[in-house]
Design a protein around this ligand. Structure first.
Ligand code: 5AD
Ligand code: SF4
Length: 456
């Protein structure tokens, strides 16, 4: 007898960092066991999840405005006798769950990043009309009870190896929303990497809020560091590329710097947030490193891996930042010469130590003007870096279709987006591409010859 299986529809919207993207995929996996299938529109779905990020200003306002936009979908479905659950997950839920429950009575579930493994239980409760709020930090690790199967899109996958942060940079909410630092064991990580490879993944991006503080149980007893994990992952047959993100300069240890010169699969690109070029500001941010310390790390990495390229995060307009401090920030960026870089205007996050700083508040128009100057410098650097790629033939990992017909999108070793005209069957392969044009944020190129020797 043929069974008819009606899927439930799940719409999930993700804000913020790669950790949230990873978490959303994990939630999709867990819910697939309950019959949910991800769709791209909120219309007529059975569940909506907003996976939120708390790092920026007005995060909660953005959540409420999205909830306001989505509420009519729920009303439409329920007026026809159906049911639609709305959940708010992620760091805003963790930090401001009570407010969400109060201000949005039509929200059915609110839960933080530590409890995704309890989703089936929470869905059960919410389905019987019990509102769920779950923002406690549990003592057991959520990693232990997540399913092994992954939803993989493309040939590049994130593998979360570490969570949380104990650094307490004074501007940052992560130690409060994501909790204390926790590292998975090498065994779990390596097993997960094997499963990814079995599903066709070629590139593994080791993820953690503070990934280079990794210190998990090793394979033969003892503690492993990130360098050990990188080595073990790169030795797996089928893994062609390894990356890791996000790192703290303070934890760029000698062994980690050394692997950049030793392991070819480790890609020559590193995202290394520095936040400021002024030692005074770095100290006030509780970063525990100086600008020169950062310059030295970059120099040492370039020494072991001469074609290494860098990106970073900078915060502009932190309390106490004078024109001189800002000039030190500009000088650091000039010295490093980035391939790409994120920069943010400082915004005060309630509950963080920096929110109590009362002196030297930088007026908004000055912060904006400095940010514009900084971003102009970065744009120049990024465009110049992209220009140096023209005429070269880097290996590109194709992981998805582009937006235009017959267009493919992939990544260079330096994590640049590269677009080509090509056959879809190239997705999931690494192919040399002759770069023909450079733009601010991407490259285009031509495939000269395919892996199997054919021309199309
Ligand atoms: N204001 C501005 N930028 C911030 N970031 C984190 N907290 C804040 C804040 N309060 C930036 C940092 C971090 C990136 C993910 O977000 O640069 O590295
Ligand atoms: Fe936040 Fe600092 Fe931890 Fe990064 S290292 S997550 S900026 S506290």
């Amino acid at each position: 007898m043929e069974q008819t299986h009606k899927h439930k529809k799940l719409y999930i919207k993700t804000w913020g960092c790669q950790m949230n993207v990873y978490d959303s995929n994990r939630m999709v996996d867990i819910l697939s066991a309950l019959g949910y299938k991800q769709v791209n529109s909120p219309e007529d779905v059975d569940m909506i999840i907003l996976n939120t990020c708390h790092i920026r200003e007005k995060a909660i306002e953005k959540v409420f405005s999205e909830l306001g936009r989505l509420r009519p979908y729920k009303q439409a479905k329920e007026s026809k006798g159906g049911k639609m659950l709305i959940a708010v997950a992620g760091c805003v839920a963790q930090a401001e769950g009570d407010i969400i429950m109060k201000r949005a009575p039509y929200v059915d579930m609110v839960f933080g990043p530590q409890v995704y493994h309890q989703l089936p239980e929470m869905v059960l409760k919410a389905s019987s009309d019990e509102r769920v709020i779950n923002t406690e930090f549990p003592t057991i690790s959520k990693f232990d009870s997540l399913p092994d199967e992954h939803t993989i899109e493309g040939a590049s996958a994130y593998l979360s190896i570490q969570e949380g942060c104990d650094n307490f940079c004074t501007f940052c909410v992560v130690p409060y929303t994501r909790g204390a630092e926790y590292s998975r064991s090498a065994r779990e990580i390596i097993d997960e990497a094997h499963r990814l490879v079995d599903q066709g993944v070629l590139e593994i991006i080791l993820l953690g809020q503070n990934v280079n503080t990794y210190h998990g149980a090793g394979l033969n007893g003892g503690t492993w560091k990130l360098a050990n994990i990188i080595r073990a992952i790169s030795e797996i047959d089928g893994v062609e590329r390894v990356r890791y993100s996000t790192s703290h300069p303070r934890d760029m240890s000698d062994d980690l710097i050394a692997v950049h010169g030793e392991i070819e699969k480790l890609q020559p690109f590193l995202h290394l947030p520095v936040q400021s070029g002024s030692d005074k500001i770095l100290e006030s941010m509780n970063r525990k490193h100086t600008a020169d310390h950062y310059r030295e790390i970059i120099a040492r990495l370039r020494k072991v891996c001469p074609d290494m390229a860098f990106s970073s995060d900078y915060i502009i307009g932190f309390p106490g930042e004078t024109e001189e401090d800002f000039e030190a920030t500009m000088q650091l960026a000039r010295d490093v010469n980035y391939a790409s870089c994120y920069s943010f205007k400082y915004s005060s996050r309630p509950g963080t130590p920096a929110a109590n700083l009362k002196e030297g508040i930088v007026p908004d128009h000055i912060a904006s003007e400095r940010l514009a100057r900084f971003q102009a410098l970065i744009n120049e650097q990024q465009t110049a870096f992209n220009q140096t790629c023209i005429g070269r033939t880097p290996p590109i990992l194709f992981d998805r279709k582009g937006k235009k017909p017959d267009q493919l999108s992939g990544r260079s070793p330096y994590f640049q987006s590269v677009y080509v005209q090509g056959n879809e069957r190239l997705i999931g392969h690494i192919i040399p591409v002759k770069i023909t044009q450079a733009f601010d944020n991407s490259l285009t190129g031509e495939i000269e010859i395919y892996e199997d020797g054919s021309k199309d």
